[in-house]
Design a protein around this ligand. Structure first.
Ligand code: EPU
Length: 337
């Protein structure tokens, strides 16, 4: 295990922000991780996974621990399902492709989500009607303080919309080293309720779709409106879709009768932040090296060379404008560091 000094984090964050880590450690085994934590005497650590859900606004003064643990294995086989263990440093989408190759169902709707396996539970990644929690069994973690390992079950994780215990009480306190997921081996349950998936499958003339067809449909939809982080720096949805009361939504409807919505409960409604941001006039707006994506207003982009602090300022401006126009608070999904 080697600690390197002054390493640029540009290749390790999907926004492509060029900040330096004062000290950086690449971790390829759980033993190395324990050793690194044991030797660390700083109060704060910076745990880096796929770097797909963060906006870096300044150089990182604390030790950056880059989790590059690799490996995928089947740990249990039942009649209709398997439990697959994937190490935290595996790329999420490559893992999805692996499941499709083995005809294991459950994560096909989550195709092409950037990031790694180990960060997927932190924000309970989700797309097109499926969330990680739907297939999640447990994850192995290491406690930063004591270096003891601990398994967290699905119940322990307190999953919610883009939320989990790892974003709340356990923030910075433990590191996920691997994740166990339960996937189907036959009679796959397809999730086609999201309108865009159905129409994409019809377009591809898939009347009896397989999990691979669903994955292909999701990939087409995502590629048609979300920028590829390898080409244009971004972190996917920058904001969460706000949940407001039915009363507030009815008030919104008076001035904005076309406001789209999803019912969350009898008393709550989710409004797409992308719609709010578009209505506020930001969609496609470009400020020098950064801006708001022209096809999806929920995504902020770095056209190359932008500073994280500039993108952060834009996010604050968007938040304040949405508040002024609609009286709705939108929260970031991305972590500002
Ligand atoms: N909309 C606009 N303008 C825009 C974008 C969206 O008016 O620029 C409106 C449209 O009415 C559209 C509605 O928003 O029908 C919903 O848009 P979309 O189906 O694209 O989904 P989203 O709510 O914008 C969420 C997730 C995405 C996920 C998609 C599909 C959040 C914050 N985002 O986006 O997740 O891929 O649903 O399930 O929940 C991510 O987290 O990085 C991400 C991309």
């Amino acid at each position: 295990m080697k600690i390197q000094q002054n390493i640029s984090l540009k290749p390790f964050n999907t926004f492509g922000i060029d900040v330096n880590a004062k000290a950086y450690c690449n971790i390829t085994s759980v033993e190395q991780l324990s050793e690194c934590l044991m030797q660390n005497h700083e109060d704060e650590l910076f745990i880096l996974g796929g770097g797909s859900n963060m906006l870096l606004t300044e150089d990182i003064e604390s030790l950056v621990i880059h989790i590059n643990l690799k490996g995928i294995s089947i740990v249990e086989e039942n009649e209709n399902s398997v439990i697959v263990k994937a190490m935290a440093g595996e790329n999420w989408h490559e893992f999805v492709l692996w499941t499709l190759k083995h005809n294991f169902g459950g994560v096909e709707n989550l195709s092409l989500i950037p990031g790694n396996i180990g960060t997927a539970p932190i924000q309970n990644i989700g797309a097109y009607g499926v969330e990680l929690k739907d297939v999640f069994v447990s994850c192995d973690t290491i406690d930063v303080e004591s270096q003891k390992s601990k398994i967290y079950s699905k119940k322990d994780c307190n999953f919610n919309y883009r939320e989990s215990i790892f974003k709340q009480q356990l923030k910075g306190k433990c590191i996920i080293t691997s994740v166990n997921l339960k996937l189907t081996t036959k009679n796959h349950k397809l999730h086609l309720d999201y309108g865009a998936i159905k129409s994409q499958l019809e377009l591809a003339e898939k009347t009896n779709p397989t999990i691979k067809d669903v994955s292909d449909a999701v990939i087409s939809i995502r590629q048609s409106k979300l920028p590829d982080p390898n080409k244009i720096g971004n972190s996917g949805s920058f904001f969460k879709n706000p949940v407001i009361s039915v009363i507030d939504f009815n008030e919104l409807k008076v001035n904005f009768p076309d406001a789209p919505s999803y019912q969350v409960s009898e008393t709550e409604i989710k409004v797409p932040a992308g719609w709010l941001i578009e209505k506020a006039g930001f969609k496609g707006k470009r400020f020098n090296d950064y801006g708001v994506h022209h096809k999806q207003a929920l995504v902020l982009v770095n056209y190359g060379g932008a500073k994280g602090s500039d993108i952060h300022k834009l996010a604050l401006l968007i938040k304040a404008t949405v508040k002024r126009i609609f009286n709705i608070d939108i929260e970031t999904e991305v972590n500002i560091m």
